[in-house]
Each structure stands twice: as structure tokens, then as C-alpha cells.
Design a protein around this ligand. Structure first.
Ligand SMILES: Nc1nc2c(ncn2[C@@H]2O[C@H](COP(=O)(O)OP(=O)(O)OP(=O)(O)O)[C@@H](O)[C@H]2O)c(=O)[nH]1
Ligand SMILES: [Mg+2]
Length: 292
């Protein structure tokens, strides 16, 4: 996207392979982690966008001198509004896809390569960095809250999704451009869940790439409120299900289809077996056809 985004090879210059990818990081009071994260992301993707969501700490100052696009909400508007600000920016600059990752260090920028490799293998799909195979690293309450959300959102989407709450994803720009304001909100916490459901209705499914679940003891306090956050998801999903007469075929498919996990042994050295066990489903390399 930018002219200078080239990689040197001898005396010739070639376009950077991820020139048309935007890495988008919504950040609310992430001064402790943001600089390291952005520096690592820049080693993979030349176009990094940080949306500072009205932080009252030094988040923006920590990015001084780094070649990133820093967008700012004057006050705290929430993750969904921050994502949309970044999506609009990326779409306006002709990005092919947008990789979202959290600013608190729970997503390793180095894994972006594997997520993009899956996106290239399954063009048009959403790629999700999935963590639920890594149960031992999760706080217990968080793990079961995630599994609970996974059940409901998979039902409404009509196919099993390995991890519906991970914010580490690759979105095709074409999908983002097609999502209407009536299908997905621009402000609500449930945006990332809504996108999965709205995409499925348009025949766009997700492929999971396993990533570690990272919960470090010394990071900032969690914003996660299990009862409130899960209740918001259930209310949103229940509304969608009621509109489709409880969508029994979606429930059936979400419980019986294999979950699409792209293990990429050549990049991970992992076998698919423990991952399949961990999500309680039969994992397959995704040969999913859109909307089936
Ligand atoms: N919670 C929260 N996060 C925001 C907001 N605006 C942007 N974000 C960013 O959204 C990302 C995810 O937020 P987290 O609070 O870490 O959400 P989470 O990962 O589901 O919760 P934890 O497991 O507790 O880390 C982070 O990069 C935040 O900085 C906001 O208003 N509230
Ligand atoms: Mg987090």
C-alpha cells in the first residue's frame, strides 16, 4: 500500500508480500505492552494501525517515532467502535485483508504469518487464532465462559467455530465492506460475535489456526466480566435465533460438523490430534464450501 513497503533482494526491490495487509490493534490503556507489540508486528507487516481508544495512560506516547498509523478516539468508545475506525481506514487504503490483534500482549505478532498463510489457502474465509485447545493456560471461569459463548454463536452461525471470542483474526476486506450496519453494530461489545454470524449468513465461514492461550499474571487487570459479557452475547444470539425460528438446522450442524482447524504442520510442528481432542470435536483440514 505504501511505496516504501518493499523488501530488498540484491539490487532489486520487490513489493513486500504483506503490502496489502493491515494489522489493526485497538488499544485502551495498553502502555505496558503496546510498544513491544507494535515493534514485533512491524517486523511482519509493514502497515500497522493502532486505534488509541481514549486511553488515559501513555499508550499513544509509547508509539512515538514508530512508523505506524495512530488513530485516536477522543474519548473511550469501546473495542467495537475502535475496530470499525481501523476497518474504515484499511478499506479506504485498499487493503486486501485486515489482521486484528489485541494490544495487551495476548496475541503474538509472530503468529500473523500463520494466520495469513491460512487466509491465502482459504481465500474469502475469516481466519481465527483459536486458543481453546490450550485449556491449562486459561483461568477456569474464562475457559468455560468461552466454551459457553462458542456453543451459542456456533448455533446461530450454523457451523462449529473453534473459538468465537478470540480477537486475533484475519478478515477479508471484501467481507468487511459488505457488512451492513443493520447486520453488525458499530458500537456494541458483541461486534466480533455478530460478524461471525452475519458472515455465515453470506456463506463466509471461519477457519481456525491454533495459537497459545496467554494469560500473564503481571499484566493489567482484566476487563472481562463473565456474567455481564456472556449475558450480552446470549441476548444477541437469542434475538438472531428467534428471527430464524430457533434455527434447528444450525444447531444440528454446529453439533455434528467437524470444526475447521488449519494446523499447518509445516509451520507449527504440531499434529492435529491434541487440538481435535481439546476442542472436543473432530478436527479436519477445512475443505468447507461457502454456505453449505
Ligand atoms: N475492554 C476494553 N478493551 C478495549 C476498549 N477499547 C479498545 N480495547 C482493546 O480491545 C482489546 C481487547 O480487550 P481486552 O480487555 O483485553 O479483552 P479480552 O482479551 O477479551 O479480555 P482479557 O482476557 O481480560 O484480556 C485490547 O487490545 C484493548 O486494549 C475498551 O473500551 N474496553
Ligand atoms: Mg485481552
Amino acid at each position: 500500500m505504501r511505496d516504501q513497503d518493499t523488501a530488498n533482494a540484491g539490487d532489486r526491490q520487490y513489493p513486500h508480500p504483506f503490502n496489502d495487509v493491515v494489522a489493526l490493534i485497538p488499544a485502551y490503556n495498553e502502555a505496558a505492552t503496546i510498544r513491544d507489540l507494535v515493534e514485533r508486528a512491524l517486523k511482519i507487516v509493514p502497515n500497522v494501525v493502532v486505534v488509541d481508544d481514549g486511553s488515559i495512560d501513555a499508550t499513544a506516547a509509547r508509539l512515538k517515532d514508530l512508523p505506524v498509523a495512530l488513530l485516536r478516539n477522543r474519548r473511550n468508545l469501546g473495542k467495537a467502535a475502535s475496530l470499525w475506525k481501523g476497518f474504515d481506514y484499511a478499506l479506504g487504503r485498499g487493503a486486501r485483508c485486515v489482521v486484528t490483534l489485541d494490544g495487551d500482549g495476548q496475541h503474538r505478532p509472530e503468529d500473523i504469518r500463520r494466520l495469513i498463510a491460512a487466509a491465502e489457502r482459504f481465500p474469502g474465509s475469516i481466519v481465527i487464532g483459536a486458543r481453546l485447545h490450550d485449556k491449562k493456560n486459561f483461568p477456569v471461569q474464562r475457559y468455560y465462559a468461552n466454551q459457553f459463548a462458542r456453543f451459542w454463536i456456533s448455533w446461530a452461525a450454523g457451523y462449529p467455530i473453534a473459538d468465537t471470542q478470540s480477537g486475533f483474526r484475519v478478515y477479508p476486506a471484501a467481507l468487511l465492506a459488505r457488512l451492513g450496519r443493520r447486520e453488525v453494530s458499530r458500537k456494541r461489545f458483541v461486534l466480533e460475535s455478530e460478524i461471525l454470524i452475519a458472515a455465515a449468513r453470506r456463506g463466509v465461514r471461519s477457519v481456525a489456526v491454533p495459537i497459545p492461550g496467554i494469560y500473564l499474571a503481571h499484566t493489567r487487570p482484566s476487563h472481562f466480566r463473565p456474567v455481564r459479557d456472556i449475558a450480552r452475547i446470549v441476548v444477541m444470539v437469542a434475538g438472531r435465533l428467534l428471527m430464524r425460528a430457533m434455527y434447528p438446522s444450525g444447531l444440528w450442524r454446529s453439533l455434528t460438523l467437524p470444526v475447521a482447524i488449519e494446523v499447518m504442520p509445516e509451520l507449527t510442528g504440531l499434529s492435529s490430534v491434541p487440538l481435535a481432542d481439546a476442542v472436543g470435536e473432530k478436527a479436519v483440514s477445512p475443505q468447507h464450501s461457502a454456505g453449505s
